[in-house]
Design a protein. Structure first.
Length: 137
């Protein structure tokens, strides 16, 4: 390895790869294949790949090395369950009676109307809402 190409001993790239010049595509892909065969998920391997590609981009910008990139692995897309029309109608037609039911109903309607994530809605305060947008014509 050239002395002008830094590699921290604690970096994920140096733990994953034993790089020697000249860098080759097989030097980059073989350790990732071993990780996959060892049971690591494709998503976790993609995290390593992002780090490696960042390093390769840096090498390219410094004109120390050019031409290599590691392709990300295909991962299964997570399809989230959505509410059916019947479930949405049940939520919208609910008539809250208590303060807590009103708060929950407001939270659910806001989530349905905006598509916000629940953690975003739970930390929402009046100061975060621009009421001029809500009530403008």
């Amino acid at each position: 390895m050239s002395p002008h190409i830094p590699f921290s001993s604690t970096s994920s790239r140096s733990r994953l790869l034993n790089l020697q010049e000249p860098l080759t595509q097989s030097q980059l892909s073989e350790p990732l294949i071993a990780l996959l065969e060892g049971g690591m998920s494709a998503g976790c391997c993609n995290a390593y790949i992002r780090g490696i590609n960042s390093y390769l981009t840096w090498l390219d910008e410094k004109e120390l090395f050019t031409g290599l990139k590691v392709k990300k692995l295909k991962t299964n897309k997570r399809v989230f369950k959505t509410l059916s029309d019947q479930q949405l109608k049940a939520i919208i037609s609910f008539k809250p009676q208590t303060f807590f039911e009103h708060r929950l109903y407001t939270l659910l309607c806001l989530a349905i109307d905006t598509g916000c994530r629940i953690d975003e809605l739970l930390v929402l305060t009046r100061n975060n809402v621009d009421s001029t947008i809500l009530f403008s014509e």
